[in-house]
Design a protein around this ligand. Sequence first.
Ligand code: HEC
Length: 136
Amino acid sequence: MIQLTIQKLSTKTLLSFIVALAISLVLFLTSSASLQAQDSNRVSGLEKAEGWQVVEANCTECHSAQLITQNSGSRVVWESRIRWMQDTQGLGELAAEVEESILDYLAANYPQKESGRRPALLVELMPVNPYAPKID
Ligand code: HEC
């Protein structure tokens, strides 16, 4: 009799667990579907252009994608960064078509800029410096 109640209870528990799991699955699927509607991936920040998944899969294991998105360069520059990571940081060989796809994506979405730095602000536009020497 007691065993039967326990059995009933655990079937009920199991059922509610399955229902909860199903609900979470639906929520997860709908939230990832709405993520896909945006231009960039909210998790990695990568531009959602052709080939972004290949970059996410191969380039975010050791460091954040921000290290990629804050950089820019021509195809040659991007290739030199990959070689540098292969020579000094333990990045393995990439299959030729994977590397092609990554370089196409990076050169198209994070291309060479004329300058990576903004010009310095005019002194008048700078915040007040409380430690500036007093001139009288
Ligand atoms: C095996 C680990 C590893 C993988 C995988 C990896 N990187 Fe890196 N990467 C590094 C390390 C380590 C650094 C140096 C981090 C630092 O400076 O703090 C770095 C730095 C960088 C930088 C900054 C370089 C600079 O000039 O400052 C860029 C851009 C970059 N990686 C892009 C990529 C891209 C694109 C891929 C995919 C092809 C990739 N990384 C995959 C290890 C890796």
